[in-house]
Design a protein around this ligand. Structure first.
Ligand code: PNS
Length: 161
């Protein structure tokens, strides 16, 4: 039986912390579907299509078992559509835990057959967030260690004056 996981997120944009979690999850599951949430309540910097293109390029060397897709609505429905039994999330620090615990319990309430698997973010990326990377890029700071190359190019292009 193949083990399928989804890795949902806003990924606006994907950081090296997300990428590290995706790389490790790809070795744990037979198929990993990275899901980019189309959230109408947020005004993202990048469209879902732009984020999908950036992530697809960033994960291109991870192997054939990694896919990238956009989704609307509930993560558990996205998991079900992909026949996934697992949701992957990264934990950077204790401060992430409470919200993640709440999400994991909610998702399990919604869909008994889907379990959340947490991977600890790599230590060197524990400080990183998409918001931080965007802010540094906006003010011309160096983001090469924060985000994968396609995201760096996209951020630099977006904030070029
Ligand atoms: O990258 P983020 O913003 O931390 O990701 C949050 C995400 C997309 C995983 C979460 O907001 C989510 O699952 N949204 C879809 C709506 C949903 O399923 N809500 C109920 C479970 S919290």
């Amino acid at each position: 039986m193949s083990r399928v996981a989804v890795f949902p997120g806003s990924f606006d944009p994907m950081t090296n912390a997300h990428l590290d979690v995706a790389r490790r999850a790809a070795t744990l599951f037979d198929r990993l579907v990275i899901g980019v949430l189309n959230n109408p309540r947020k005004s993202p910097l990048f469209s879902v299509d732009e984020r999908i293109a950036q992530i697809t390029e960033a994960v291109s060397e991870f192997g054939q078992n990694v896919e990238v897709a956009g989704f609307d609505g509930l993560t558990v429905d996205f998991a079900r559509r992909n026949q996934a039994g697992f949701i992957v999330r990264g934990l950077r620090a204790v401060s992430d835990f409470e919200a993640e615990l709440q999400m994991a319990h909610t998702n399990r309430r919604l869909q008994r057959g889907v379990d959340t698997v947490f991977l600890m973010s790599a230590l060197e990326f524990g400080y990183l967030s998409s918001t931080l990377a965007k802010e540094v890029a906006q003010f011309g700071g160096e983001i090469g260690e924060m985000v994968p190359p396609p995201v760096r190019s996209a951020l630099e292009a977006r904030f070029r004056t």
